[in-house]
Ligand binder design. Structure first.
Ligand SMILES: *Cc1c(COP(=O)(O)O)cnc(C)c1O
Ligand SMILES: [Zn+2]
Length: 407
């Protein structure tokens, strides 16, 4: 990790050198920020070198990632997901530009492939033979898939309420699966106790310092895909807050390198039934844990594990935060899909629902260019999606009957 001089705790601000820590801050338990030597990185890679690089995965930004020089990366193609221009939707809502970053296109169909791919690299560097994580579903599926691709064992802890498709992914990838009769927070506690006892490599968000680094790669892609321009605003669903904090880190990295000249507003979207960060940002800044209750399992986090950094991203960027109801999330799924062809899972559609709400209230202005990060595929949770649509036509194979039904 020659480009990484050390770590800094984002709670108590203590600094640590490489090799001194493995996971969270030993002093206060806070999340660690990975520090970089930008001058050194600037000598290794630049925009022209990237333009010539045929590696269309997150690993094209390897110089900006905390991995050893010779570490092999998992073979699955993670990242460099499409950034679609959606002009019809932009016209419908009256904004200058609307962009859709489709991270459902990743190997296990969610944004979580980015942090999990990086975690597997770190697990192998640490000589681990088993990796573990707690998850609301996607992080676990991603870790299980990445582990399968390199022949590593995985043990995944998810709430028993996790959608069936996500649980099926875990089992199909060969993970040892623990369906925890409890909340995501309780699954986290159990997973942390288990890795302590059995010595497994621990990926859990808010403990492993590298997840946010994997998550920042989408910021690099958005900037590069727009020829090093940045949108005025980016919206993303927020649970633990690790994605939005990671995106902020990514844009700040690019600003430090001088590759972009301004930073986007990052707007966090939470479900009304699990909105401690939105309430803190729009209130007195104090995060008050709640019992999360929403159909959007990917963002059903009542006690966010990376709240401080998430709040900083929303406040320092000026993007702020908004919450949406489950009904608004469910309605957003077909609305987005019918206008763009992108089928989002509830936690991802929440970002679009947040856009709809802020545009209709006038908080998002007509001259803005806006990007919406679709963090997971709609195929991850078809039962919720189907609540937005009626029953399909069912007919005998008879053209006369079709005539009757369509008229
Ligand atoms: C994990 C996840 C999020 C939120 O990411 P956090 O880092 O927990 O804030 C949003 N959408 C989906 C689909 C997710 O799986
Ligand atoms: Zn600390």
């Amino acid at each position: 990790m020659q480009n990484v001089p050390g770590f800094k705790c984002n709670e108590c601000a203590r600094s640590f050198s490489v090799g001194e820590i493995e996971y969270a801050c030993p002093a206060c338990g806070g999340n660690l920020d990975v520090l970089y030597d930008y001058e050194r990185i600037g000598k290794q890679v630049n925009k022209a070198a990237l333009a010539a690089d045929r590696n269309f995965t997150m690993w094209r930004y390897r110089a900006l990632l905390p991995v050893e020089h010779a570490s092999p990366t998992p073979p699955l193609a993670v990242g460099w997901t499409p950034l679609y221009d959606a002009p019809m939707l932009a016209a419908e809502f009256g904004v200058r530009q609307l962009l859709i970053k489709d991270d459902g296109r990743n190997p296990t169909a969610s944004y979580k492939d980015r942090p999990s791919a990086l975690a597997v690299v770190k697990a192998r560097e640490a000589g681990a033979s088993v990796a573990t994580t707690a998850s609301s579903g996607n992080a676990g599926a991603a870790l299980a898939g990445m582990c399968a691709s390199v022949g590593m064992k995985s043990v995944i802890f998810v709430p028993a309420t996790t959608p069936a498709a996500k649980v099926a992914q875990l089992q199909i990838y060969g993970a040892t699966v623990a369906l925890v009769e409890g909340s995501y927070e309780q699954a986290c506690e159990l997973c942390l106790a288990a890795s302590e006892r059995f010595g497994w490599y621990q990926r859990t968000t808010g403990y492993n310092p590298y997840t946010a680094e994997g998550k920042k790669t989408a910021a690099f892609e958005i900037a590069e895909q727009l020829n090093w321009q940045v949108p005025d605003r980016i919206l993303v669903g927020v649970g633990d807050g690790n994605i939005i904090g990671g995106l902020w880190k990514g844009f700040c990295d690019l600003k430090q390198l001088g590759w972009i000249d301004r930073l986007p507003k990052l707007t966090g979207v939470q479900a009304a039934g699990a909105s401690p960060l939105v309430d803190a940002v729009n209130g007195d800044g104090v995060i008050r844990p709640v019992e999360g209750r929403t159909v959007a399992d990917g963002i059903n986090v009542g006690d966010p594990r990376d709240g401080t950094r998430a709040m900083r991203a929303m406040r320092d960027s000026g993007g702020g935060a908004v919450k949406v109801s489950d009904d608004e999330i469910i309605a957003a799924i077909p609305r987005l899909a019918r206008a763009t062809g992108v089928f989002a899972e509830p936690g991802a559609a929440a970002a679009f629902a947040g856009f709809v709400k802020l545009r209709e209230s006038g908080a998002i202005k007509s001259d803005e260019s806006v990007a919406i990060v679709i963090t997971g595929s709609g195929l991850k949770d078809i039962n919720t999606a189907r609540r937005a649509v009626g029953e399909p036509l069912r007919i005998q194979p008879d053209i006369a009957e079709l005539d009757r039904l369509l008229s």
